[in-house]
Write a protein that binds this ligand. Structure first.
Ligand code: UPG
Length: 469
């Protein structure tokens, strides 16, 4: 029986291992983490992350061939294949601060593996890491190897939050990078055999280590670039009377471009895009490729511009002052079907509105009040794209309330802004909302999900992204 151990029970490690366990009954999978609270949650009825379909998968395998444990050393030493899925946040100080990935957790995982291993291991990079990380990891592992053979593979994750289980069941591709030696190729085949339980062979791409590492950063950079491109167009649409939905539909019909990731929005968020692009920028700079670095940096700058533009539009359309006015904020997560708020555009938008002294009433179906308060009081790290938006001071904390219902949020509000595209926001009773709001009642749709025409018939003044008024 092949034994797999995954270090890190987060958004990637948890769902990925659960699906491997489900699809490979002959493989024993242990997910380990030093956080007792997190492992306890994975072993309970309330999993630590919200992801459609995840509950069922975990229920089917937990206790059979899927285990969650804090006994990191035992499971690592017993495993044949070790996935490392620890987080790699952006460095906040020192060399490369604001751009480079902080590999502290990775390095300690590698040292621990080297300490406890007694047999040969395949170590798989699952979390996104800068190109050439495998080389450093290899050095740490083999430094004191006691004759143990380590093979490093890069197997980046392409799942998106909210659709993780579907993405894992039917991936566009699985990417496995390894050394071009006989042992390296053998390791690739061993991991390939795991995925081959459910992924068609032609979808499993095998490359060298550096291609696999870089492909992950490249894929995220290309996706984010599409959003920044369409968002840049949305500004031009607003200035000219073009409609960004019509433009992106027309552009996306060109099969060479395709329709995906062309939805204009208040801006992209999430733990990956910004971080990975910053990483790419840093790697380019380290290699003396200033123009290339600046090119990718611009993708992030346009994203910051889009968030600022949204705030400015709210302020200017509400007669240049929102001071003391109540604004309902619908949605706080970085996208629908997740409770994740990392890098969500909601943080910058809310801080921008608070900076202009608005009172906010925030509702998100999956984000807790605690989380929202924490996010809004967090200091945002400025690299060289300083936003005008400052974190909340204790006084502005008082300007925020978090409520558990969209109607409650909208009551007596002057304006309503939609930040996350939750399906339930499409189906709200907008007549009821209009009746409960101050007049004139404004709607700022940061996701283009409401039927603006219908809302205007009710009496709302509606602003969408990149659409004529
Ligand atoms: N977004 C838009 N317009 C679009 C598509 C997305 O504004 O047309 C926004 C979306 O709302 C979100 C952000 O872009 O704020 C990112 O969305 P998405 O890519 O769906 O979510 P993630 O879960 O962050 O997944 C990305 C990659 C995935 C990768 C992961 C971690 O899609 O392949 O594994 O990041 O690296």
């Amino acid at each position: 029986m092949v034994k797999i151990c995954c270090i890190g029970a987060g958004y990637v490690g948890g769902p990925t291992m659960a699906v491997i366990a489900l699809k490979c009954p002959s493989v024993e999978v242990a997910v380990v983490d030093i956080s007792v609270a997190r492992i306890t949650a994975w072993n309970s009825d309330v999993l630590p992350i919200y992801e459609p379909g995840l509950d069922e998968v975990v229920k089917q395998c937990r206790g059979k061939n899927l285990f969650f444990s804090t006994d990191v050393e035992k499971h690592v030493s017993e495993a044949d294949i070790i996935f490392v899925s620890v987080n790699t946040p952006t460095k906040t100080r020192g060399l490369g601060a604001g751009k480079a990935a902080d590999l502290t957790y990775w390095e300690s995982a590698a040292r621990m593996i080297a300490d406890v291993s007694k047999s040969d291991k395949i170590v798989v990079e699952k979390s996104t890491v800068p190109v050439k990380t495998a080389e450093a990891i290899e050095r740490i592992l083999t430094h004191n190897s006691k004759g143990i053979n380590y093979q490093i593979l890069s197997n980046p994750e392409f799942l998106a939050e909210g659709t993780a289980i579907q993405d894992l069941f039917r991936p566009d591709r699985v990417l496995i990078g390894g050394r071009e030696t006989t042992e390296g190729q053998k390791a690739i085949q061993a991991l390939k055999a795991v995925y081959a339980h459910w992924v068609p062979e032609e979808r499993i791409i095998c490359t060298n280590l550096w291609s696999a590492e870089l492909s992950k950063l490249a894929a995220n950079a290309f996706l984010a670039q599409r959003i920044s491109s369409v968002n840049a167009m949305s500004a031009l649409c607003e200035a000219t009377g073009a409609d960004v939905s019509q433009v992106s539909h027309a552009v996306g019909k060109d099969t060479r471009i395709g329709p995906k990731f062309l939805n204009a929005s208040v801006g992209f968020g999430g733990s990956c895009f910004q971080k990975d692009i910053l990483n790419l920028v840093y790697i380019c700079e380290c290699n003396g490729l200033t123009e290339v670095a600046n090119y990718w940096k611009q993708v992030i700058k346009v994203n910051d511009y889009q968030k600022n533009r949204f705030v400015n539009r709210i302020v200017s359309s509400m007669f240049n002052t929102i001071s003391g006015k109540k604004i309902a904020v619908l949605g706080f997560a970085f996208k629908k079907d997740t409770g994740d708020t990392r890098e969500t555009p909601a943080i910058d938008v809310c801080n921008g509105l608070l900076g202009d002294k608005a009172r906010l009433s925030i509702y998100d179906p999956e984000v807790t009040a605690d989380q929202i308060q924490r996010d809004l009081s967090m200091k945002k790290f400025d690299w060289d794209h300083p936003l005008h938006l400052q974190p909340m001071s204790p006084t502005s904390m008082k300007q925020v309330s978090v409520v558990w219902d969209a109607y409650e949020a909208a009551k007596d509000a002057h304006g309503l802004c939609i930040i996350t595209e939750w399906d339930e926001f499409k189906k709200l009773d907008y007549k009821r909302i209009f009746d409960s709001m101050q007049k004139p009642a404004f709607v700022f749709d940061g996701r283009n999900i409401v039927n603006a025409e219908k809302l205007r018939e009710i009496g709302f003044i509606v602003y969408s992204i990149g659409k004529p008024l």
